[in-house]
Design a protein around this ligand. Structure first.
Ligand code: SF4
Length: 492
């Protein structure tokens, strides 16, 4: 469909297209029986959260069993090499998410392997070695905990970065593991490249310490209850923690973070979960607290009728809103059309409010996904004016030691070297005695391959890249050798 603009008198031969043509898109649950391993799966099994969890793809062998000979060996080898040498997250894909890869089968003339390689969900959930950059696989300033959340822990797993808000990491697991996870330092199983940090305290002691801090902190009004993904917590434990938050007078906003609303909607459709959410929402409403769900959807293909059903179930249970925080990534969604398609699918189809798109953080081996601040600003410009204002997401750069900044809040920008400078208007917990905190400029770095040649030459000369990448490569190689001997499949 071509959308035409209003044509001024005398120019009626002009029919200029809009940069983006809106079309209402009906949500479709792809037919899982097109995949050999799901050929005999019944609708009842598919709807079961237990069946979904028990049939996740956790390694290349299981992917082979699912896809049969639809995929060529080169793809499996590419994936295996990535797991051994690059992956910061282990493999974990519920069938629900697997089924959104190549949802309608390959295009005419395209092989399954080509379609699988090109798929946006595959690109971030099952990254392969050939996806990654070889010139600058990691930025020289990439770090494991790129947002320095652990530096700001006021109790184990409780990050107090903003004056009025905290992030409570209740658990280090999810029903699905995303290749680009910003909490790759803590979340998921260790990979050959990354040994994960472990919580020291038992969960019950950690939660007590968090609640204790919040009771003593009347300036905090907003708690993001996250992980990991709260869908991996036994619901009674999640309910007990949220109920304790609801008892704290100063807490006015509670947001439950769960990508599983999309990745495993069957979890949120279970009777006991719906009933428990209704109990929590009823208490929240009575106390004037806003209880919301924040999810993480990166591409329109992931928005299916089951995702809409789970969202409806949560809204009917009484949560105030379901909002989406996506991550901006090349090959996944970093075009105006992809972002708007996703936002309209969320809003029209599923009743999910587009809220943020984060720039992918500076973790190791993420350069092929990351966009520059300049590109992010252009994308923000590109999506303005199509969605209702309240549903137009802000594109956010999460600047280390600063926090979330809208991409146009930049103080200064060295386009040649790809260094942007940012300031902040509050002190985090680690700056209480730092008189310079509010006047200092904090740096963020664009991917080097996006820079002009002069900027790339500067980084080749000055960046600590040779040592940095060699160290990561060496660690990867030695761990890959050790893990090949052990050959232990990933476990949730
Ligand atoms: S769901 Fe969130 S916390 Fe879990 S792996 Fe994905 S990005 Fe990380």
């Amino acid at each position: 469909m071509t959308v035409t603009t209003d044509v001024p008198a005398g120019t009626d031969d002009l029919h200029l297209e809009q940069p983006y043509a809106y079309r209402r898109r009906e949500l479709v649950e792809p037919d899982w029986r097109r995949l050999p391993g799901y050929r005999d799966v019944t609708a009842e099994e598919w709807a079961s959260a237990q069946w979904q969890r028990a049939h996740c793809v956790k390694n290349v062998k299981q992917l082979r069993e699912l896809m049969g000979d639809l995929l060529e060996d080169r793809l499996y080898a590419d994936l295996e090499r990535d797991q051994a040498e690059r992956a910061t997250m282990s493999m974990l894909m519920p069938p629900q998410m697997m089924n959104t890869i190549v949802p309608a089968g390959p295009a005419d003339g395209q092989s399954w392997t080509e379609a699988f390689y090109a798929d946006p969900v595959r690109r971030y959930m099952l990254p392969v070695f050939s996806d990654r950059r070889t010139d600058w696989p990691s930025h020289p300033h990439a770090t494991r905990d790129s947002l320095h959340e652990h530096d700001m822990w006021v109790a184990e797993g409780l990050t107090h970065r903003y004056p009025t808000k905290v992030l409570a990491e209740l658990l280090p697991t999810c029903p699905q593991y995303c290749g680009h996870c910003t909490r790759m330092d803590l979340v998921g199983n260790s990979t050959p490249v990354i040994d994960k940090l472990k919580f020291d305290l038992k969960p019950v002691d950690r939660y007590d310490a968090m609640i204790d801090y919040l009771r003593r902190s009347p300036g905090v009004r907003d708690v993001v209850v996250s992980g990991g993904d709260v869908a991996n917590m036994p619901f009674k434990n999640l309910e007990a923690f949220v109920a304790r938050l609801l008892d704290i007078e100063n807490i006015r906003d509670i947001r439950l973070a769960t990508k599983a609303l999309m990745g495993l909607p069957q979890h949120w459709l279970q009777d006991d979960v719906r009933a428990g959410m209704e109990r929590l929402a009823t208490v929240a409403r009575a106390r004037g607290v806003h209880l919301a769900i924040h999810t993480h959807v990166n591409n329109a293909n992931s928005v299916t009728p089951l995702v809409a059903d789970a969202t409806t179930a949560m809204l009917e249970a009484g949560v105030r809103d379901v909002r989406n925080q996506g991550v901006l990534m090349h090959g996944v969604n970093a075009t105006t059309t992809d972002l708007l398609d996703l936002c309209f699918s969320l809003l029209d189809g599923a009743g999910i409010m587009p809220y943020y798109f984060y720039m992918c953080d500076m973790i190791p081996f993420s350069e092929h996904w990351r966009v520059s601040v300049d590109e992010a600003q252009k994308l923000q410009h590109g999506i303005m004016g199509y969605l209702p204002g309240f549903a137009t997401p802000r594109i956010i750069c999460d600047v280390p030691f600063v926090g979330k900044r809208w991409v146009h809040q930049i103080e200064e920008y060295d386009h040649e070297r790809g260094v942007s400078y940012w300031t902040k208007n509050y002190r985090t917990g680690i700056e209480k005695t730092d008189p310079e905190a509010l006047s200092r400029r904090y740096e963020y770095y664009d991917p080097i391959h996006t820079l002009p040649e002069a900027g790339q030459a500067w980084w080749r000369e000055h960046g600590p890249t040779a040592d940095h990448d060699a160290a990561l490569d060496k660690a990867a190689a030695s761990r890959a050798a050790a893990s090949a001997q052990a050959a232990t499949p990933a476990q949730v």
